[in-house]
Design a protein around this ligand. Sequence first.
Ligand SMILES: [Zn+2]
Length: 47
Amino acid sequence: MQRESEKSKQELPQKRCGNCNRLLFYGYAKSLKIKCPKCGNILFFEN
Ligand SMILES: [Zn+2]
């Protein structure tokens, strides 16, 4: 089961901070607000 989750994670799109390009998470966000832990930039994701 561990390998299955790793595989699916790689197939998901990467969401990165537009300011410092840090990888924030994998997947689809319908409506999400997240603060970048590196630079503190507030990001909004909507698909
Ligand atoms: Zn950032």
